[in-house]
Design a binder for this molecule. Sequence first.
Ligand SMILES: Cc1ncc(COP(=O)(O)O)c(C=O)c1O
Length: 377
Amino acid sequence: MGDIGPFQVMAILERARQLQADGHDVIHLEVGEPDFPTPQAIVDAGRQALSDGHTFYTAAQGLPELRQAISGFYQQRYGVAVAPERVIVTPGASGALQIALSLLVDEGDEVVMADPTYPCNRHFVSLLGGRPLGVAVGSEQRFQLLASDVAQAWTPRSVAAMVASPANPTGTLLSAGELAALAQACRVRGGALIVDEIYHGLTYGCDAPTALSVAPDAIVINSFSKYFQMTGWRLGWLVVPPELVEPALRLAQNLFLCPPSMAQRAALAAFSPEVLDELETRRAEFGRRRDYLLQALPQLGWRLPAAPEGAFYVYADVSAVTDDSFAYCRRLLEEGHVAITPGADFGFNQPERYVRVAYTTGIDRLAEAVARIGKLA
Ligand SMILES: Cc1ncc(COP(=O)(O)O)c(C=O)c1O
């Protein structure tokens, strides 16, 4: 437990709530979830599932028709054949990450990952008695772990490397070539590659390639939380190579029994053309917000060293205006009532230089936040 830290942003969130309770108008740019409600057709399918009495456990691997739908989605969106037998539906990407890491990590084993990274990754590895090996990656490589980093960081105790594309907190992508090279770097060392694709679908002006198109042996994580805007339904999935299906299922059975049954029924509606159309409209709105921030934030003296191409985050270098991003975030909250996330949440690689802004609110509110921050500068 000693190695498992809280989200630093929780302290910010808690204080933001207090300020709000005291009547202040707080702008939330710290929240890592879409502000859009779940599309109505999905909600209706969930409601119908409850009325129809789908309140029981399902198969631990998830409903066969949902695994079939996910398999179809890979075919339709990426032109990649993924057998439904390789898909395991989980309680969020969080459940999928726990299964993936539990498959691979024994006590003392290391997992190579980028620093900065999504903080839970480190903590899941620690929970298993493993050691997260964070590699400090800079803006010159878009804050992404590359095959050369794997080669350099790998030790006889390393069992896997872990990446995300688009990434949290930076929104940067890995190309198909980079994913292939990462997979090969792990493969030749007898290790596995885990690729978190939870922000797939949320890219602007480009598409993110799935690791499965270049590395069929990769373990791929995804979720209904972000693109499908179903955070509270707690539903995700992972795709594993055929030889890992049986052990992954044993883990799924023991850890979760099954993913939520009504959420699975709701998610069956997620792939309909109408819902996908709606999600594309929302993606365009995220894109407009991103474009706004890319031109507005530099006017505050913030630098954007790696163009964010996906997710809904901007990772900004604020070293021109502060030498302590945590204190800066506190000040923006206390004096400007704008909540953003300090770099400290994402690792140990110069966190004092960086902040993460989530554009999970409308452009009018983003503009108001920028104006307030500008006044404080
Ligand atoms: C990179 C990444 N992976 C996984 C998760 C977990 O998401 P969920 O469990 O809601 O699917 C998140 C949530 O913010 C994330 O940013």
